[in-house]
Design a protein around this ligand. Structure first.
Ligand code: UFG
Length: 340
């Protein structure tokens, strides 16, 4: 595939940093733009150590049209992979305006600047959350939108904005990727998921219990209509997910047209199965207790993975055990838990 100049917004974050490595590995020239509001500066040094050269990075907020304009004038980008957004469901219920401002305002600001600079290739981070409580599982891309919270609503609105934009001007080619549950860390154990606060999500929470930083896991509900009563999710290794973005980008340039695909494995695991897998990987005793259901949680999210295979040639390669092993290598290693 031809080398492209890519602007990677949110490239210092969890999925963004892994995608940075996948894009560089595929031969692209990548500039990270990140506000570092929810990412660590040291990620950039560690990325540089992995690739063996300096990382091109711009510290800016995606809502800052002036900074984006300057970045485009200097970088002459062929495409954007857009991660920069807020993503915590419960926070979005408390602070909806922050979510509309960053996730929608940031998106439209970016699109205007791209348009002004004749850059109309975009890969957009969406989420399985757009399905709300789906009627069908595994859930196909044709399932209807069901917003359950402001965060999910911003992903629905973002997709709709992009669809109207593509409809208005065929020069745009936009890949919309609906992620299921990313997990695991890079094989180098130098980057991974590293929330500053107590994690909301299952895998980082388990990893901190395994490390001894948190006492026990709360299993949110054991009376769902699932095989063992706990919530089922389609966990996808973050390195597989990152590769999905490289394929999406390639497809945009090959076809000149957009696409919409789920990125998941097509296989679900329960909370108890994930705890058991992490226990094997870490060789630690993991204390847990059954707690009440978490408000707004969905019983089962599993991707219908066929369309991503057909359209992008995307197939996941890594197992749940590999997600747990790489997460443990990262969280128990020397590079996680920095204070910067
Ligand atoms: N869970 C626990 N205990 C915890 C955390 C989670 O039992 O401490 C359970 C949840 O109830 C759920 C499963 O583990 O059954 C996964 O929960 P996560 O919080 O890890 O992930 P979610 O599926 O709730 O949400 C994630 C992202 C969302 C995204 C969604 C799409 O956080 O942004 O996946 O599938 F929209």
């Amino acid at each position: 595939m031809a080398k492209q100049r890519v602007l990677l917004t949110g490239g210092a974050g969890y999925i963004g940093s892994h995608t940075y490595l996948a894009l560089v590995d595929a031969g692209h020239e990548v500039t990270i733009l990140d506000s570092f509001a929810n990412a660590r500066q040291s990620v950039i040094d560690r990325l540089g150590r992995i690739i063996g050269t300096e990382v091109d990075v711009i510290e800016a907020d995606v809502r800052d049209a002036h900074a984006l304009g300057a970045a485009f004038a200097a970088g002459r980008f062929d495409a954007v992979v857009h991660f920069a957004a807020l993503k915590a469901v419960s926070e979005s219920v408390e602070k909806p305006l922050d979510y509309f401002d960053v996730n929608i305002g940031g998106l439209t600001t970016l699109l205007r600047v791209m348009d002004a600079h004749d850059c109309r290739r975009l890969v957009f981070s969406s989420s399985a959350t757009v399905y709300g409580v789906p009627d069908e599982t595994p859930t196909p891309e044709t399932a209807e939108f069901r917003g359950m919270n402001p965060y999910g609503q911003t992903k629905i609105m973002g997709e709709q904005i992009l669809n109207w934009l593509s409809a208005s001007d065929p020069r745009w080619a936009i890949g919309i990727l609906r992620y299921f549950n990313p997990a695991g860390a890079h094989g180098s154990a130098m980057i991974g998921e590293d929330p500053r606060d107590i994690p909301n999500n299952l895998m980082p929470f388990i990893s901190k219990v395994a490390k001894g930083e948190l006492p026990k896991i709360s299993v949110f509900g054991d009376d769902y209509d699932t095989p063992d009563g706990t919530g089922v999710r389609d966990y996808i290794h973050v390195e597989d997910l990152a590769r999905g973005h490289v394929l999406s980008l390639a497809r945009l340039f090959e076809s000149g047209e957009g696409h919409l695909v789920n990125l998941g494995t097509g296989r679900g695991y329960s909370v108890l199965e994930v705890i058991a897998a992490y226990k094997r990987a870490s060789n630690r005793d993991l204390a847990y207790e059954i707690a009440p259901r978490r408000p707004g949680d969905v019983p089962i999210y599993v991707a219908a993975a066929g369309k991503a295979a057909d359209v992008l040639g995307f197939r996941t390669e890594k197992t749940l055990d590999e997600m747990c092993a790489s997460s443990w290598a990262w969280i128990s290693g020397p590079h996680s838990g920095g204070t910067d």
